[in-house]
Design a binder for this molecule. Structure first.
Ligand SMILES: [Zn+2]
Ligand SMILES: [Zn+2]
Ligand SMILES: [Zn+2]
Length: 68
């Protein structure tokens, strides 16, 4: 039996770190972090949620464009 290297985290519903931005989000914020956005021509960030920052220099998405 292998044990996954995941530390135990409370009840698991709140404070989940986001796959894309690494932020811990709450239930009220969940759509921003999980709802895919069909943003268009940029293949790197298409279908990523709004919180995702596209680091591609050529990205033209308003939602995903990386704001350093
Ligand atoms: Zn996120
Ligand atoms: Zn995008
Ligand atoms: Zn992009």
């Amino acid at each position: 039996m292998n044990q996954p290297p995941v530390p135990p985290q409370g009840n698991g519903l709140e404070g989940l770190p986001c796959l894309y931005c690494g932020e811990a989000y709450e239930a009220g914020d969940i759509s921003r972090h999980t709802e895919p956005i069909h943003c268009g021509p940029c293949i790197t960030c298409v279908d990523k949620p709004a919180c995702f920052s596209c680091r591609l220099m050529y990205c033209v998405c308003d939602v995903h464009r990386y704001r350093g």
